[in-house]
Design a protein around this ligand. Structure first.
Ligand code: ZN
Length: 294
């Protein structure tokens, strides 16, 4: 992802899962889960179908990447918080539809409303002598399930090898882990991380801060764009004015199309968190609704 991402190189800091150093929360916000249920109801979706409470991995992923379910009516959120196959992703992407543009030599694809807003934002930036371009080639926007899976493996496989060599995981356990279906694999990896066996690139933190769990990336929903110029405050401002916000704390170049005005975001279940001068809009989870099986 960018935790929806291809490299952690541009992320100068990464945070532990539940606490954010150096962060402060602003305005009071509506709680995420009630707001999410309401938003899903309008689309005739039920939270239990989109993301069952008994699936702790899915709930954890939802609380990280869930802003994409609160989008305006012109875009379609995914029908599930974790896609389980390439076919599911392809069906959703075909149903939602996407527009294609070539920007700075990269052909990127986004849901049509997201693309329109991006192009408007880019025009405005260009008028001011700036630019807003995709970071890291075509994978900056729409991705396939296979791409999200291979990004996962760039972290998962080397880490598995390391921990096996360290004797923290037996060779048999490692073989079993490799052979598991992806959703079970993700769940086991997160369990191992509870014991300090981390799978991020530098092996010091959760893999979710390095790579999105396959099937859960906002890039599969075609509502995310990794932006080269993310460090420019004015660029971030222009993107926000056009409905594009940073919604994944650890992922600086990653912007999500919500298609909403910033002043309305607290009303839809997001809270703003400022980290090193950058404002992130993340799910306002108070854990009134447990993310682990009851
Ligand atoms: Zn991204």
């Amino acid at each position: 992802m960018c935790a929806q991402k291809e490299s952690s190189a541009a992320v100068p800091y990464l945070m532990t899962f539940s606490t954010v150093d150096n962060a402060k929360e602003a305005k009071p916000s509506v709680a995420f889960y009630p707001a999410l249920k309401k938003a899903l109801k309008k689309r005739k979706f039920k939270l239990e179908h989109v993301c069952p409470a008994t699936d702790s991995t899915a709930r954890r992923v939802l609380e990280e990447y869930g802003a994409m379910f609160l989008v305006n009516k012109d875009v379609k959120p995914p029908p599930v918080c974790v896609f389980l196959s390439g076919q599911e992703v392809e069906e959703f992407q075909a149903r939602a539809g996407f527009a294609s543009e070539t920007i700075a030599d990269s052909t990127i694809e986004l849901q049509p409303a997201a693309m329109k807003a991006y192009l408007k934002a880019r025009d405005e930036a260009i008028k001011e002598g700036l630019d807003i371009t995709p970071r890291g080639g075509p994978e900056a926007a729409r991705r396939s399930y296979a791409e999200s899976e291979s990004l996962w493996n760039t972290r998962f496989l080397p880490a598995l090898e390391y921990w096996t060599a360290q004797g923290r995981i037996t060779a048999t356990e490692a073989d079993n882990l490799r052979a598991l279906p992806l959703n079970a694999q993700i769940s086991h990896v997160l369990d191992l991380e509870q014991k300090g066996i981390f799978f991020s690139k530098d092996l010091s933190k959760s893999i979710l801060y390095s790579i999105a769990a396959p099937g859960s990336s906002q890039h599969l929903a075609m509502l995310a764009l990794d932006v080269t110029e993310f460090q420019d405050e004015r660029v971030r401002q222009i993107l926000a004015e056009h409905g594009w916000f940073q919604t994944v704390l650890s992922d600086l170049p990653h912007f999500t199309y919500l298609g909403l005005k910033e002043k309305n975001l607290p009303k839809i279940g997001l809270k703003s968190v400022e980290v090193d001068g950058q404002v992130f809009w993340i799910p306002n989870v108070d854990h009134a609704e447990p993310s682990t099986p009851r």
